[in-house]
Design a protein around this ligand. Structure first.
Ligand code: DAH
Length: 431
């Protein structure tokens, strides 16, 4: 996104009062409220703090990578934040699709469940300012929430880690020293493809010199390449030829960083996105009370990285209470997931007429509520519109438990309940 950030909040004082407001209004429901039961029952599991859980180990291992840096390490509790915190404080435009009710869980019009850990950037930058910059950055871990499709890599609750690191612009020496400490050796350098060097980038933040932006970007890319590579080196040798692993930096765009980058990893022959990052917009820093600093921020999805490093094939496994999953893992180690069994798949199709109010995410929410974690994926397999303009959709619902074989009658009952729930809560006509 190239547009300049437009912050609605004019002062830290205003922001603080809004944070309090978001907690107070948690019980006030309105036409925006859309948090379903399946979210309420899982909220508070805090998988990333459960010793031995792969998400907890990954958080620890990532934190260890930053242990030389003077930073605050934070775990966030309540996921309910004001929309100002989640969107406006980061310059996310009012019209951005991520604000829609079909993409985000709302407590009410003014309060949502955070959709990313970036929601806490401003607050944590304020904490740095209040401590007179005795720390230079932070690492935040939290659960985040998004309404999304149903498949092996999407789950409505997942976890992110957000990091940031800053330098005083008057202290050029410290940036140069820090750069020395994240130099890549020749062997690692050969594994990195940088398609996002700044030579041809004509839209940098004007407040910073191009040298400052370049040095911050190099420090960012090197720090994150080293971090991820060190984790890759910790993975077991079986099944992976580490000499085939590559890292690729490309441009991205986020309203809160400029320039913005993405890191991809070539893993078992496929390029996979693993994180977004960039040079922090200077006006976010000044709003937080930090003057004359430059620095970077990144956000990384823990499930995605854990699925890669541990070879975990389905995101639902992170939530299982089956001992055969949990007992495979030891704290702060990366081992390859051993599938205990693959239970049979059973699919059922469902067809219905829709009107313009239909959004697929509303349908997926009902599936998650009715069928819990027993649906592996949902695919749109047919769609047509009649001459009269009526549209019909046909979805295939793929049922598979991760813990047992599902009986036919169990699946029939689930499908029946699903049909009933759809007919009563969506504007659709079942066929
Ligand atoms: N919040 C972004 C997301 O959820 C990730 C991200 C991108 C975080 C760039 C950052 C950043 O701090 O600088 O997709």
């Amino acid at each position: 996104m190239k547009s300049m950030i437009s912050l609605n909040c004019k002062s830290n004082l205003l922001l603080k009062s809004l944070n309090v407001f978001s907690k107070r209004s948690y019980n006030t429901l309105d036409a925006w409220s859309n948090i379903p039961e399946h979210i309420k029952v899982k909220q508070g599991r805090r998988l990333f703090l459960q010793n031995g859980h792969p998400l907890c180990s990954l958080r620890e291992l990532l934190q260890q990578q930053f242990k030389e840096k003077p930073i605050n390490i934070v775990a966030k509790e309540s996921p309910a934040v004001s929309t100002i915190t989640n969107f406006d404080s980061l310059g996310i435009p009012k019209t951005h699709v991520s604000r829609s009710k079909s993409d985000t869980y709302y407590v009410n019009k003014d309060t949502c469940l955070r959709t990313h850990t970036s929601a806490h950037q401003l607050e944590e930058f304020q904490n740095l300012a209040e401590s007179k910059m005795s720390k230079k950055g932070f690492l935040i871990t939290a659960d985040v929430y998004r309404r999304d499709e149903v498949d092996a890599s999407h789950y409505p609750i997942f976890h992110q880690m957000e990091g940031a690191y800053l330098w005083d612009r008057n202290d050029k020496g410290s940036m140069l020293r820090d750069l020395e400490s994240v130099k890549l050796d020749n062997n690692l350098q050969k594994l990195v493809i940088d398609e996002a060097t700044l030579e041809n980038h004509d839209d940098l933040q004007e407040v910073y010199s191009s040298k400052e932006t370049e040095l911050a970007s190099i420090h960012l890319k090197n720090s994150l390449t080293l971090t991820i590579h060190n984790l890759v080196l910790m993975t077991p040798d079986s099944g992976l030829d580490k000499s085939q692993v590559r890292y690729r930096w490309t441009y991205d765009s986020f309203p809160f960083t400029q320039p913005s980058f993405q890191l991809e990893i070539l893993w078992k022959g496929a390029w996979l996105e693993i994180l977004g990052c960039g040079v922090v917009r200077e006006n976010i820093l000044t709003h937080a009370g930090i003057q004359n600093h430059v620095g970077w921020a990144f956000g990384i999805g823990l499930e995605r990285l854990a699925m890669i490093l541990y070879g975990i094939p389905d995101i639902r496994l992170f939530w299982t209470t089956d001992d055969r999953f949990r007992q495979q893992f030891t704290p702060n180690n990366i081992t390859t997931f051993q599938p205990y069994s693959k239970y049979p798949l059973c699919y059922k199709d469902i067809s219905f007429w829709i009107d313009e109010s239909f959004t697929a995410n509303d349908f997926f929410e009902i599936i998650r509520d009715v069928c819990k974690d027993l649906v592996e994926s949902v695919d749109l397999i047919d769609q047509y519109t009649t001459k009269a303009g009526k549209t019909s959709l046909c979805y295939r619902v793929n049922y598979r438990s991760m813990e047992k074989s599902l009986k036919n009658e169990d699946v029939d009952l689930l499908q029946d309940n699903l049909r009933k729930a759809m007919a009563s809560s969506l504007n659709i006509q079942l066929r």
